[in-house]
Design a protein around this ligand. Structure first.
Ligand code: GDP
Length: 489
Protein backbone atom coordinates (compact mmCIF):
# COMPACT_ATOMS: atom_id res chain seq x y z
CA UNK A 1 0.00 0.00 0.00
CA UNK A 2 2.72 2.39 1.12
CA UNK A 3 4.86 1.57 -1.90
CA UNK A 4 1.83 2.03 -4.17
CA UNK A 5 1.30 5.43 -2.61
CA UNK A 6 4.96 6.45 -3.01
CA UNK A 7 4.89 5.24 -6.62
CA UNK A 8 1.85 7.45 -7.11
CA UNK A 9 3.72 10.35 -5.51
CA UNK A 10 6.74 9.69 -7.74
CA UNK A 11 4.51 9.72 -10.82
CA UNK A 12 2.82 12.89 -9.66
CA UNK A 13 6.19 14.55 -9.06
CA UNK A 14 7.42 13.59 -12.52
CA UNK A 15 4.25 14.91 -14.08
CA UNK A 16 4.57 18.17 -12.20
CA UNK A 17 8.21 18.45 -13.28
CA UNK A 18 7.30 17.73 -16.89
CA UNK A 19 4.54 20.32 -16.78
CA UNK A 20 6.87 22.83 -15.20
CA UNK A 21 9.50 22.21 -17.92
CA UNK A 22 6.86 22.49 -20.57
CA UNK A 23 5.32 25.56 -18.98
CA UNK A 24 8.63 27.37 -18.64
CA UNK A 25 9.44 26.50 -22.23
CA UNK A 26 6.19 28.15 -23.27
CA UNK A 27 6.98 31.28 -21.28
CA UNK A 28 10.61 31.44 -22.38
CA UNK A 29 11.95 29.52 -25.38
CA UNK A 30 14.92 27.43 -24.35
CA UNK A 31 17.92 26.26 -26.32
CA UNK A 32 20.17 23.51 -24.95
CA UNK A 33 23.69 24.16 -26.15
CA UNK A 34 26.11 21.24 -25.88
CA UNK A 35 29.80 22.10 -25.51
CA UNK A 36 32.10 19.19 -26.09
CA UNK A 37 35.56 18.27 -27.32
CA UNK A 38 38.28 15.90 -26.26
CA UNK A 39 40.14 16.51 -23.03
CA UNK A 40 42.10 19.82 -23.00
CA UNK A 41 40.40 21.03 -26.19
CA UNK A 42 39.29 24.19 -24.36
CA UNK A 43 35.69 23.56 -23.16
CA UNK A 44 36.05 25.15 -19.72
CA UNK A 45 37.78 28.23 -21.08
CA UNK A 46 35.22 28.54 -23.90
CA UNK A 47 32.17 28.43 -21.60
CA UNK A 48 33.71 30.80 -19.06
CA UNK A 49 34.59 33.35 -21.77
CA UNK A 50 31.22 33.00 -23.49
CA UNK A 51 29.23 33.54 -20.29
CA UNK A 52 31.48 36.41 -19.21
CA UNK A 53 31.05 38.06 -22.61
CA UNK A 54 27.27 37.77 -22.48
CA UNK A 55 26.79 38.73 -18.83
CA UNK A 56 29.30 41.61 -18.85
CA UNK A 57 28.83 42.63 -22.48
CA UNK A 58 32.00 41.59 -24.35
CA UNK A 59 33.25 43.03 -27.61
CA UNK A 60 31.34 40.86 -30.05
CA UNK A 61 30.89 42.85 -33.29
CA UNK A 62 29.77 39.82 -35.34
CA UNK A 63 27.20 38.68 -32.73
CA UNK A 64 24.46 40.77 -34.25
CA UNK A 65 21.90 40.94 -31.42
CA UNK A 66 24.51 42.15 -28.93
CA UNK A 67 26.39 44.42 -31.33
CA UNK A 68 23.20 46.24 -32.36
CA UNK A 69 22.18 46.73 -28.75
CA UNK A 70 19.13 44.48 -28.85
CA UNK A 71 20.34 42.41 -25.88
CA UNK A 72 19.29 44.26 -22.72
CA UNK A 73 21.00 41.89 -20.31
CA UNK A 74 22.06 38.31 -19.70
CA UNK A 75 21.90 36.78 -16.23
CA UNK A 76 22.65 33.43 -14.61
CA UNK A 77 19.67 31.46 -13.35
CA UNK A 78 19.32 28.18 -11.43
CA UNK A 79 19.73 25.25 -13.83
CA UNK A 80 16.80 22.93 -14.58
CA UNK A 81 18.46 19.56 -13.82
CA UNK A 82 19.01 18.86 -10.13
CA UNK A 83 21.18 15.79 -10.65
CA UNK A 84 23.86 17.43 -12.84
CA UNK A 85 26.71 19.41 -11.22
CA UNK A 86 26.59 23.16 -11.89
CA UNK A 87 29.35 24.50 -14.17
CA UNK A 88 31.50 26.38 -11.66
CA UNK A 89 31.55 29.63 -13.60
CA UNK A 90 32.52 31.92 -10.72
CA UNK A 91 35.53 29.81 -9.69
CA UNK A 92 36.73 29.47 -13.29
CA UNK A 93 36.35 33.21 -13.84
CA UNK A 94 38.32 34.01 -10.68
CA UNK A 95 41.13 31.77 -11.92
CA UNK A 96 41.16 33.38 -15.37
CA UNK A 97 40.83 37.02 -14.36
CA UNK A 98 42.00 37.47 -10.76
CA UNK A 99 44.77 34.88 -10.77
CA UNK A 100 45.59 34.93 -14.49
CA UNK A 101 45.79 31.15 -14.59
CA UNK A 102 43.86 28.66 -16.69
CA UNK A 103 40.91 27.09 -14.86
CA UNK A 104 40.65 23.39 -14.01
CA UNK A 105 39.49 21.36 -17.02
CA UNK A 106 36.27 19.45 -17.60
CA UNK A 107 36.22 15.97 -16.05
CA UNK A 108 32.48 15.32 -15.90
CA UNK A 109 29.20 16.64 -17.23
CA UNK A 110 28.03 20.03 -15.89
CA UNK A 111 25.36 22.55 -16.67
CA UNK A 112 24.72 26.30 -16.46
CA UNK A 113 21.59 28.30 -17.29
CA UNK A 114 21.68 31.78 -18.80
CA UNK A 115 18.62 33.93 -19.43
CA UNK A 116 19.03 36.56 -22.14
CA UNK A 117 16.55 39.47 -22.20
CA UNK A 118 16.42 40.96 -25.68
CA UNK A 119 14.30 42.94 -28.05
CA UNK A 120 13.12 41.09 -31.14
CA UNK A 121 13.74 42.65 -34.54
CA UNK A 122 10.05 43.57 -34.46
CA UNK A 123 10.54 45.42 -31.16
CA UNK A 124 8.94 42.90 -28.74
CA UNK A 125 10.55 42.27 -25.32
CA UNK A 126 11.61 38.60 -25.15
CA UNK A 127 13.76 36.22 -23.12
CA UNK A 128 15.79 33.32 -24.49
CA UNK A 129 16.95 30.73 -21.96
CA UNK A 130 20.24 29.04 -22.83
CA UNK A 131 21.14 25.83 -21.01
CA UNK A 132 24.82 25.19 -21.55
CA UNK A 133 25.79 21.52 -21.13
CA UNK A 134 29.52 20.80 -20.86
CA UNK A 135 30.58 17.17 -21.32
CA UNK A 136 33.74 15.28 -22.33
CA UNK A 137 33.93 14.43 -26.04
CA UNK A 138 35.46 11.08 -25.08
CA UNK A 139 31.98 10.00 -23.97
CA UNK A 140 30.60 10.44 -27.50
CA UNK A 141 33.18 8.03 -28.88
CA UNK A 142 31.48 5.31 -26.82
CA UNK A 143 28.34 5.26 -28.93
CA UNK A 144 29.52 2.47 -31.31
CA UNK A 145 30.05 0.24 -28.24
CA UNK A 146 26.27 -0.09 -27.92
CA UNK A 147 26.32 -2.11 -31.13
CA UNK A 148 29.49 -4.02 -30.24
CA UNK A 149 29.94 -7.25 -28.27
CA UNK A 150 32.70 -7.71 -25.72
CA UNK A 151 34.47 -10.11 -28.07
CA UNK A 152 34.30 -7.69 -31.04
CA UNK A 153 35.49 -4.81 -28.87
CA UNK A 154 38.41 -6.93 -27.56
CA UNK A 155 39.47 -7.80 -31.10
CA UNK A 156 39.22 -4.18 -32.31
CA UNK A 157 41.10 -2.78 -29.30
CA UNK A 158 43.85 -5.36 -29.65
CA UNK A 159 44.28 -4.74 -33.38
CA UNK A 160 44.46 -0.97 -32.76
CA UNK A 161 46.99 -1.40 -29.97
CA UNK A 162 49.40 -3.14 -32.34
CA UNK A 163 49.27 -0.35 -34.93
CA UNK A 164 51.57 2.67 -35.37
CA UNK A 165 52.99 4.42 -32.33
CA UNK A 166 50.45 2.68 -30.07
CA UNK A 167 52.32 -0.64 -30.05
CA UNK A 168 55.19 0.62 -27.91
CA UNK A 169 52.82 2.29 -25.44
CA UNK A 170 50.85 -0.95 -25.09
CA UNK A 171 53.92 -3.10 -24.30
CA UNK A 172 53.29 -3.46 -20.51
CA UNK A 173 49.63 -4.24 -21.00
CA UNK A 174 50.42 -6.75 -23.79
CA UNK A 175 52.95 -8.50 -21.53
CA UNK A 176 50.31 -8.91 -18.81
CA UNK A 177 47.68 -9.99 -21.33
CA UNK A 178 49.95 -12.80 -22.54
CA UNK A 179 49.80 -14.30 -19.01
CA UNK A 180 46.00 -14.28 -18.76
CA UNK A 181 43.90 -17.40 -19.35
CA UNK A 182 40.40 -16.27 -20.33
CA UNK A 183 38.82 -19.67 -19.58
CA UNK A 184 40.34 -19.95 -16.08
CA UNK A 185 38.29 -18.96 -13.00
CA UNK A 186 37.95 -15.18 -12.59
CA UNK A 187 40.50 -13.56 -10.29
CA UNK A 188 39.69 -10.01 -9.24
CA UNK A 189 43.36 -9.05 -8.81
CA UNK A 190 44.05 -10.07 -12.40
CA UNK A 191 41.12 -7.98 -13.60
CA UNK A 192 42.31 -4.97 -11.57
CA UNK A 193 45.84 -5.25 -12.97
CA UNK A 194 44.62 -5.72 -16.55
CA UNK A 195 42.30 -2.69 -16.23
CA UNK A 196 45.07 -0.59 -14.69
CA UNK A 197 47.59 -1.43 -17.44
CA UNK A 198 45.00 -1.01 -20.21
CA UNK A 199 43.94 2.38 -18.80
CA UNK A 200 47.59 3.45 -18.49
CA UNK A 201 48.06 2.56 -22.18
CA UNK A 202 45.01 4.64 -23.17
CA UNK A 203 46.31 7.56 -21.11
CA UNK A 204 49.76 7.28 -22.66
CA UNK A 205 48.17 7.52 -26.11
CA UNK A 206 46.44 10.71 -25.00
CA UNK A 207 49.81 12.14 -24.03
CA UNK A 208 50.24 15.35 -26.00
CA UNK A 209 53.19 13.89 -27.87
CA UNK A 210 50.85 11.49 -29.62
CA UNK A 211 47.54 13.29 -29.22
CA UNK A 212 45.56 10.18 -30.16
CA UNK A 213 41.86 10.80 -30.22
CA UNK A 214 39.91 7.60 -30.83
CA UNK A 215 40.19 5.69 -27.61
CA UNK A 216 37.00 4.15 -26.30
CA UNK A 217 35.90 3.41 -23.63
CA UNK A 218 35.78 7.14 -22.91
CA UNK A 219 35.16 6.78 -19.17
CA UNK A 220 38.50 5.00 -18.73
CA UNK A 221 40.11 8.37 -19.37
CA UNK A 222 37.43 10.53 -17.75
CA UNK A 223 35.38 8.36 -15.38
CA UNK A 224 33.62 11.31 -13.69
CA UNK A 225 31.49 10.01 -10.83
CA UNK A 226 32.02 6.38 -11.97
CA UNK A 227 35.72 6.24 -10.98
CA UNK A 228 36.67 2.99 -9.26
CA UNK A 229 33.43 1.15 -10.04
CA UNK A 230 33.52 -2.34 -11.62
CA UNK A 231 31.78 -0.84 -14.67
CA UNK A 232 35.04 0.96 -15.55
CA UNK A 233 37.34 -1.87 -14.41
CA UNK A 234 37.78 -4.34 -17.24
CA UNK A 235 40.04 -4.84 -20.26
CA UNK A 236 40.16 -6.68 -23.59
CA UNK A 237 41.07 -10.39 -23.73
CA UNK A 238 42.19 -12.63 -26.59
CA UNK A 239 38.86 -14.37 -27.13
CA UNK A 240 36.94 -15.30 -30.25
CA UNK A 241 33.54 -13.97 -31.22
CA UNK A 242 30.81 -16.58 -31.40
CA UNK A 243 32.06 -18.67 -28.46
CA UNK A 244 30.41 -18.52 -25.03
CA UNK A 245 32.55 -17.98 -21.90
CA UNK A 246 32.32 -20.70 -19.21
CA UNK A 247 30.41 -19.53 -16.11
CA UNK A 248 32.71 -18.03 -13.47
CA UNK A 249 35.60 -17.53 -15.90
CA UNK A 250 37.78 -14.46 -16.28
CA UNK A 251 36.21 -13.97 -19.71
CA UNK A 252 32.67 -14.09 -18.25
CA UNK A 253 33.58 -11.47 -15.64
CA UNK A 254 35.15 -9.11 -18.18
CA UNK A 255 32.19 -9.53 -20.49
CA UNK A 256 29.67 -8.81 -17.71
CA UNK A 257 31.47 -5.61 -16.74
CA UNK A 258 31.65 -4.50 -20.37
CA UNK A 259 27.87 -4.98 -20.62
CA UNK A 260 27.40 -3.01 -17.36
CA UNK A 261 29.51 -0.21 -18.83
CA UNK A 262 27.08 -0.01 -21.73
CA UNK A 263 23.87 -0.24 -19.72
CA UNK A 264 24.83 1.80 -16.64
CA UNK A 265 26.95 4.50 -18.30
CA UNK A 266 26.76 4.78 -22.08
CA UNK A 267 23.04 4.28 -22.61
CA UNK A 268 21.88 6.72 -19.85
CA UNK A 269 24.26 9.42 -21.08
CA UNK A 270 22.89 9.30 -24.62
CA UNK A 271 19.28 9.01 -23.55
CA UNK A 272 19.22 11.57 -20.75
CA UNK A 273 21.71 14.17 -21.90
CA UNK A 274 22.80 13.90 -25.50
CA UNK A 275 19.31 13.38 -26.96
CA UNK A 276 18.07 16.61 -25.34
CA UNK A 277 20.60 18.95 -26.98
CA UNK A 278 19.49 21.46 -29.64
CA UNK A 279 22.82 22.94 -30.71
CA UNK A 280 26.36 21.61 -30.43
CA UNK A 281 29.85 23.06 -30.55
CA UNK A 282 32.71 20.56 -30.84
CA UNK A 283 36.04 22.06 -29.81
CA UNK A 284 39.13 20.61 -31.45
CA UNK A 285 42.77 21.14 -30.48
CA UNK A 286 43.94 20.85 -34.07
CA UNK A 287 47.26 22.57 -33.32
CA UNK A 288 48.25 19.85 -30.84
CA UNK A 289 47.47 17.25 -33.51
CA UNK A 290 49.47 19.16 -36.17
CA UNK A 291 52.34 19.21 -33.74
CA UNK A 292 52.14 15.48 -33.11
CA UNK A 293 52.23 14.63 -36.82
CA UNK A 294 50.16 12.76 -39.42
CA UNK A 295 49.15 9.75 -37.27
CA UNK A 296 47.50 12.07 -34.73
CA UNK A 297 45.80 14.04 -37.52
CA UNK A 298 44.32 10.93 -39.10
CA UNK A 299 43.20 9.90 -35.64
CA UNK A 300 41.58 13.27 -35.02
CA UNK A 301 39.75 13.04 -38.33
CA UNK A 302 38.48 9.58 -37.37
CA UNK A 303 37.30 11.01 -34.04
CA UNK A 304 35.47 13.83 -35.85
CA UNK A 305 33.73 11.26 -38.08
CA UNK A 306 32.78 9.20 -35.01
CA UNK A 307 31.39 12.32 -33.31
CA UNK A 308 29.40 13.30 -36.39
CA UNK A 309 28.09 9.75 -36.54
CA UNK A 310 26.42 10.30 -33.15
CA UNK A 311 24.39 13.18 -34.59
CA UNK A 312 23.32 11.01 -37.49
CA UNK A 313 22.03 8.19 -35.33
CA UNK A 314 18.46 9.48 -35.14
CA UNK A 315 18.27 9.07 -38.88
CA UNK A 316 19.48 5.48 -38.64
CA UNK A 317 17.52 2.52 -37.42
CA UNK A 318 19.35 0.42 -34.87
CA UNK A 319 20.06 2.97 -32.20
CA UNK A 320 17.27 5.37 -32.99
CA UNK A 321 14.92 3.75 -30.47
CA UNK A 322 17.38 4.89 -27.81
CA UNK A 323 18.31 8.34 -29.02
CA UNK A 324 16.80 10.74 -31.46
CA UNK A 325 19.14 13.69 -31.52
CA UNK A 326 17.32 16.91 -32.31
CA UNK A 327 20.49 18.92 -32.87
CA UNK A 328 20.11 21.11 -35.94
CA UNK A 329 23.40 23.05 -35.85
CA UNK A 330 26.89 21.69 -35.25
CA UNK A 331 29.97 23.89 -35.17
CA UNK A 332 33.50 22.49 -35.17
CA UNK A 333 35.90 25.02 -33.68
CA UNK A 334 39.70 24.78 -33.76
CA UNK A 335 40.71 26.38 -30.45
CA UNK A 336 43.79 28.30 -29.28
CA UNK A 337 44.16 30.17 -32.59
CA UNK A 338 46.00 32.84 -30.57
CA UNK A 339 49.07 30.60 -30.91
CA UNK A 340 49.19 31.64 -34.57
CA UNK A 341 49.67 34.95 -36.27
CA UNK A 342 46.39 36.25 -37.70
CA UNK A 343 47.69 35.55 -41.20
CA UNK A 344 47.30 31.84 -40.38
CA UNK A 345 43.81 31.96 -38.81
CA UNK A 346 42.05 31.50 -42.15
CA UNK A 347 44.40 28.67 -42.99
CA UNK A 348 43.64 26.91 -39.71
CA UNK A 349 39.95 27.30 -40.46
CA UNK A 350 40.47 25.91 -43.97
CA UNK A 351 42.28 22.85 -42.58
CA UNK A 352 39.47 22.19 -40.11
CA UNK A 353 36.83 22.65 -42.82
CA UNK A 354 38.67 20.14 -44.98
CA UNK A 355 38.85 17.64 -42.10
CA UNK A 356 35.17 18.18 -41.42
CA UNK A 357 34.32 17.54 -45.07
CA UNK A 358 36.27 14.28 -44.98
CA UNK A 359 34.55 13.32 -41.72
CA UNK A 360 31.14 14.18 -43.21
CA UNK A 361 31.94 11.98 -46.20
CA UNK A 362 32.65 9.11 -43.84
CA UNK A 363 29.73 9.70 -41.46
CA UNK A 364 27.19 10.62 -44.11
CA UNK A 365 24.82 13.54 -43.79
CA UNK A 366 23.71 14.51 -40.30
CA UNK A 367 20.68 16.52 -41.31
CA UNK A 368 22.11 19.44 -39.31
CA UNK A 369 23.77 22.61 -40.56
CA UNK A 370 27.51 22.23 -39.96
CA UNK A 371 30.38 24.70 -40.11
CA UNK A 372 33.99 24.99 -39.00
CA UNK A 373 35.84 27.97 -37.52
CA UNK A 374 39.15 28.87 -35.86
CA UNK A 375 38.81 30.62 -32.49
CA UNK A 376 40.57 31.62 -29.31
CA UNK A 377 37.95 31.88 -26.57
CA UNK A 378 40.55 33.79 -24.57
CA UNK A 379 43.31 35.45 -26.49
CA UNK A 380 46.50 35.12 -24.45
CA UNK A 381 48.79 36.78 -26.98
CA UNK A 382 49.07 39.99 -28.96
CA UNK A 383 50.81 40.54 -32.26
CA UNK A 384 54.01 42.41 -32.97
CA UNK A 385 56.77 42.66 -35.53
CA UNK A 386 60.28 41.84 -34.47
CA UNK A 387 63.42 42.97 -36.24
CA UNK A 388 65.43 40.03 -37.50
CA UNK A 389 68.57 41.01 -39.43
CA UNK A 390 67.40 43.44 -42.09
CA UNK A 391 63.82 42.21 -42.18
CA UNK A 392 60.89 42.30 -39.82
CA UNK A 393 59.15 39.10 -38.81
CA UNK A 394 55.57 38.73 -37.54
CA UNK A 395 55.68 37.64 -33.91
CA UNK A 396 53.27 37.06 -31.06
CA UNK A 397 53.84 38.37 -27.56
CA UNK A 398 52.61 36.77 -24.35
CA UNK A 399 53.57 35.80 -20.80
CA UNK A 400 54.74 32.17 -20.72
CA UNK A 401 53.35 30.17 -17.79
CA UNK A 402 55.95 29.88 -14.96
CA UNK A 403 58.24 26.92 -15.60
CA UNK A 404 57.82 26.89 -19.40
CA UNK A 405 61.14 26.54 -21.17
CA UNK A 406 62.61 27.47 -24.52
CA UNK A 407 66.15 26.29 -25.21
CA UNK A 408 68.07 26.97 -22.01
CA UNK A 409 65.61 29.64 -20.76
CA UNK A 410 63.06 28.90 -18.05
CA UNK A 411 60.32 31.52 -17.71
CA UNK A 412 59.16 33.03 -14.43
CA UNK A 413 55.49 33.60 -15.31
CA UNK A 414 55.88 37.39 -15.14
CA UNK A 415 57.99 38.32 -18.16
CA UNK A 416 56.53 38.89 -21.62
CA UNK A 417 58.37 37.38 -24.56
CA UNK A 418 58.00 37.59 -28.32
CA UNK A 419 57.91 34.31 -30.21
CA UNK A 420 57.68 33.39 -33.86
CA UNK A 421 54.57 31.35 -34.41
CA UNK A 422 54.77 28.37 -36.72
CA UNK A 423 53.29 28.86 -40.16
CA UNK A 424 50.63 26.50 -41.39
CA UNK A 425 51.45 25.21 -44.85
CA UNK A 426 49.22 26.45 -47.65
CA UNK A 427 48.81 22.92 -48.86
CA UNK A 428 46.66 21.07 -46.32
CA UNK A 429 47.66 17.69 -47.72
CA UNK A 430 51.23 18.31 -46.60
CA UNK A 431 50.17 18.06 -42.96
CA UNK A 432 48.79 14.56 -43.50
CA UNK A 433 51.90 13.19 -45.20
CA UNK A 434 54.21 10.90 -43.25
CA UNK A 435 57.24 12.64 -41.88
CA UNK A 436 55.43 15.97 -41.74
CA UNK A 437 55.22 17.89 -38.51
CA UNK A 438 54.06 21.39 -37.94
CA UNK A 439 56.67 23.90 -36.88
CA UNK A 440 55.42 24.92 -33.47
CA UNK A 441 56.33 27.99 -31.48
CA UNK A 442 59.87 28.77 -30.63
CA UNK A 443 61.71 31.78 -29.30
CA UNK A 444 63.65 31.89 -32.57
CA UNK A 445 62.57 30.93 -36.07
CA UNK A 446 62.29 27.16 -35.85
CA UNK A 447 64.78 25.11 -37.79
CA UNK A 448 63.39 21.76 -36.71
CA UNK A 449 59.97 20.50 -35.71
CA UNK A 450 58.95 21.65 -32.25
CA UNK A 451 56.55 19.14 -30.76
CA UNK A 452 55.15 21.36 -28.08
CA UNK A 453 53.51 24.73 -27.91
CA UNK A 454 54.51 27.34 -25.42
CA UNK A 455 51.74 27.81 -22.86
CA UNK A 456 50.96 31.45 -22.17
CA UNK A 457 49.18 32.82 -19.11
CA UNK A 458 45.70 34.26 -19.62
CA UNK A 459 45.87 37.96 -20.58
CA UNK A 460 45.27 41.08 -18.56
CA UNK A 461 41.72 42.33 -19.18
CA UNK A 462 41.27 44.89 -21.93
CA UNK A 463 39.15 47.93 -21.23
CA UNK A 464 37.06 49.43 -23.98
CA UNK A 465 36.35 53.12 -24.63
CA UNK A 466 33.62 53.15 -21.96
CA UNK A 467 36.04 51.65 -19.43
CA UNK A 468 34.27 48.29 -19.35
CA UNK A 469 36.66 45.35 -18.89
CA UNK A 470 36.50 42.55 -21.45
CA UNK A 471 38.41 39.35 -22.17
CA UNK A 472 40.13 39.53 -25.55
CA UNK A 473 39.23 36.71 -27.94
CA UNK A 474 39.42 35.64 -31.58
CA UNK A 475 36.14 35.00 -33.45
CA UNK A 476 34.18 33.98 -30.35
CA UNK A 477 31.43 36.29 -31.60
CA UNK A 478 31.26 34.43 -34.92
CA UNK A 479 30.84 31.15 -33.06
CA UNK A 480 28.00 32.66 -31.00
CA UNK A 481 26.29 34.07 -34.07
CA UNK A 482 26.28 30.64 -35.72
CA UNK A 483 25.15 28.81 -32.59
CA UNK A 484 22.35 31.03 -31.28
CA UNK A 485 22.11 34.13 -33.51
CA UNK A 486 18.97 32.87 -35.25
CA UNK A 487 17.23 32.34 -31.88
CA UNK A 488 17.60 36.01 -30.98
CA UNK A 489 15.87 37.61 -33.96
P1 GDP B 1 38.84 21.17 -21.40
O1 GDP B 1 39.52 19.93 -20.93
O2 GDP B 1 38.23 20.96 -22.75
O3 GDP B 1 37.86 21.75 -20.40
O4 GDP B 1 40.00 22.25 -21.65
P2 GDP B 1 40.28 23.65 -20.93
O5 GDP B 1 39.22 24.65 -21.26
O6 GDP B 1 40.57 23.43 -19.50
O7 GDP B 1 41.62 24.07 -21.71
C1 GDP B 1 42.80 23.29 -21.61
C2 GDP B 1 44.01 24.18 -21.72
O8 GDP B 1 44.08 24.71 -23.05
C3 GDP B 1 43.96 25.41 -20.82
O9 GDP B 1 44.46 25.10 -19.54
C4 GDP B 1 44.84 26.39 -21.57
O10 GDP B 1 46.21 26.11 -21.31
C5 GDP B 1 44.56 26.04 -23.01
N1 GDP B 1 43.53 26.90 -23.63
C6 GDP B 1 42.19 26.70 -23.71
N2 GDP B 1 41.59 27.69 -24.40
C7 GDP B 1 42.56 28.55 -24.77
C8 GDP B 1 42.59 29.78 -25.53
O11 GDP B 1 41.55 30.30 -25.99
N3 GDP B 1 43.82 30.34 -25.72
C9 GDP B 1 44.97 29.80 -25.22
N4 GDP B 1 46.14 30.41 -25.45
N5 GDP B 1 44.98 28.65 -24.51
C10 GDP B 1 43.81 28.04 -24.29
Amino acid sequence: MASGFSAFLEDARLTVQALRDFGSHLVHPTVRLGVTGLSRAGKTVFITALVHGLVRGGRFPVFESLATGRIARARLEPQPDDAIPRFDYERHLRALIDERRWPDSTTDISELRLAVDYQSRGGAERTLVIDIVDYPGEWLLDLPLLETSYEQWSAQSLALSHSGPRARLAADWHAHLALLRPLAPADEQEVLTAARLFTAYLKACRDERFAMSTLPPGRFLLPGAMAGTPAVTFAPLKVSAGDEPPAGSLWAMMRRRFESYKSAIVRPFFREHFARLDRQIVLVDALAAFNAGPAALHDLEAAMAAILDCFRVGRRTLLSALIRPRIDRILFAATKADHLHHASHDRLEAVLKEMMREALDRAGTTGAITDAIAIAAVRATREAEVKQGRGRLPAIVGTPVAGETSGSDTFDGETDIATFPGDLPENVEALFKDGAAFQGLSAAPATQADFRFMRFRPPVLETDASGKPALPHIRLDRALQFLIGDRLT
